[in-house]
Design a protein around this ligand. Structure first.
Ligand code: F0G
Length: 465
């Protein structure tokens, strides 16, 4: 029961290095952290976790960013750009609209390469240096590859990334390309890319930096520390719930680990742990299926599709860590449609926060759970937005309004501004853009409804003025 919230701190085993070791979450086998390269248990192939004999308290944290939390990390400093210290935006209008006590958006898109993956890479690439490996590699829906390419470059190391061909947003490939990763486009989905890169790692060809690598999750754990500290500072209490998009379920596992360690050290009471709530796209929702059906195992989905390409994943490899995280915190999981994701992306943008589609899934999930009564009006909620708007410019443009061509003349521009091009036209622009989109057949029902509702809302606003 090593993943229970109440699991006690263990004394360091002989194999530990300065109070740090690796432990299998299935059979409990323990390993030295940096002697050999391993990603899963030698005995049973179970997932590994980094363990500490002295988990941190809030008093141990000092400095800024990810490395503020080094009392809960395997090293003092890493290969840094630097990362972490992301904003926790207030969203007064959205809070009011959705109807919860407090709503904050933890915008991980504000990390150096524009996603939360940077937190994992600052630790992961540091460990790669410790192990003295040559080539770094990952499979990716895009953001991991961008982060690995940048942190590999920063660390002066060679990087190789495997991407599902045609399914990675433009901004992400541009980053991997400019940071000089070798980019292999696989004729398959993310899960096939991960199968291949795991094979390459097993052959000793590459050092794997996907979230199967337990050190990556150590860095991502700091999102949990940061949210708790910031929320407490602002409200004198911790959030009731944290909602996040789920792909491989690495982040869900990492947040749960942060809470467990604080409970272990006595810094946090079990009753204060936020409910972890995962959101997946309807076309790629194996975790939701398992949570909703009460299954202990997650079924691999071979066919996955969603506009939120970052979470277009059918085989969440960290499910054995993440399922207990959702269940033991009293959380839940829900799937959302592509239309709901786009609507949430617009909601966030309407209050100044630009995110990529996968990130907006957290807010879409909040709205849906609130409407279903699964989240109550008196909850304080933090939604995690995992990646920046510019990661996926095509999706942003498809969700947004059209530029309007005007003559090169002030009077003509004035005339154009004052004639016609009202918010109502902009809604119909969005609608016509949706019709042009290759995703039209999937989007049309919801988009028409959303555009119509948006139109009604705008009309009523204009009528009020
Ligand atoms: N949001 C974004 C923007 C992501 O890029 C990812 C994962 C997730 C959410 C899901 O996080 O896997 O920890 O549950 N992207 C990976 C990648 C798979 O390759 O960039 P998770």
């Amino acid at each position: 029961m090593s993943l229970e919230l109440s699991a006690p701190t263990q004394p360091a085993p002989e194999c530990a290095d300065d109070g740090v070791w690796l432990e299998c979450i299935e059979c409990g086998e323990q390993f030295a952290p940096f002697d050999d390269i391993r990603y899963t248990c030698d005995e049973c192939d179970g997932l590994l976790e980094v363990r500490y004999d002295d988990p941190p308290t809030f008093e141990d944290f000092e400095g800024r960013g990810v490395w503020r939390y080094n009392a809960g990390l395997p090293f003092e400093v890493g290969v840094t750009l630097p990362e972490g210290d992301t904003p926790l935006h207030e969203m007064p209008r959205l809070r009011e609209d959705i109807g919860v006590k407090n709503l904050r958006i933890k915008h991980e898109g504000m990390n150096p390469t524009g996603s939360f993956k940077d937190r994992g890479m600052t630790v992961g690439v540091r460990v790669a240096k410790e192990l003295g490996v040559g080539r770094l590699a990952c499979a990716s829906t895009g953001n991991t590859s961008a982060a690995l390419a940048a942190y590999g470059a920063r660390g002066g190391m060679e990087t190789l990334v495997l991407l599902p061909s045609g399914k990675v947003a433009a901004g992400k490939i541009a980053q991997a390309s400019l940071h000089n990763a070798r980019i292999l486009e696989v004729d398959g989905n993310f899960d096939s890319c991960l199968d291949i890169v795991q094979d390459l790692a097993a052959k000793g060809e590459v050092y794997l930096l996907n979230s199967l690598n337990p050190f990556r999750l150590e860095g991502q754990k700091t999102i949990g520390f940061e949210i708790l500290e910031e929320h407490y500072e602002d409200y004198g209490e911790y959030p009731d719930r944290i909602i996040l998009p789920v792909g491989n379920a690495g982040n869900t596992s990492a947040l749960y680990k942060a809470f467990r360690e604080l409970v272990q050290s006595g810094a946090l009471d079990e009753s204060e742990v936020p409910k972890l709530t995962g959101v997946q796209a309807e076309g790629a929702a194996p975790m939701v299926e398992a949570v909703r059906n009460g299954n202990d195992e997650v079924r691999r989905w071979d066919e996955v599709e969603t506009i939120a390409t970052a979470i277009r994943i059918g085989n969440p490899v960290n499910a054995p860590k993440a399922l207990p995280g959702i269940r033991n915190t009293g959380g839940t999981a829900i799937s959302v449609t592509d239309e709901e994701i786009t609507a949430a992306q617009r909601d966030l943008a309407g209050e100044g926060v630009g995110v990529e589609p996968a990130s907006a899934a957290s807010v879409a999930g909040l709205r849906k759970l609130r409407e279903a009564g699964e989240i109550s009006a008196d909850e304080s909620v933090v939604c995690l937005t995992t990646g920046h708007l510019l990661k996926d410019p095509d999706a942003a443009f498809a969700a947004g309004g059209n530029p309007e061509p005007v003559p090169n003349d002030t009077e003509a521009v004035l005339e154009h501004i004052n004639s016609g091009s009202s918010a109502v036209d902009r809604v119909s622009n969005r609608l016509s853009k949706t019709v042009d989109s290759p995703l039209f057949p999937a989007l049309v029902g919801g988009a028409v409804a959303a555009a119509y509702l948006g139109y009604q809302k705008l009309r009523s606003k204009f009528d009020d003025q």
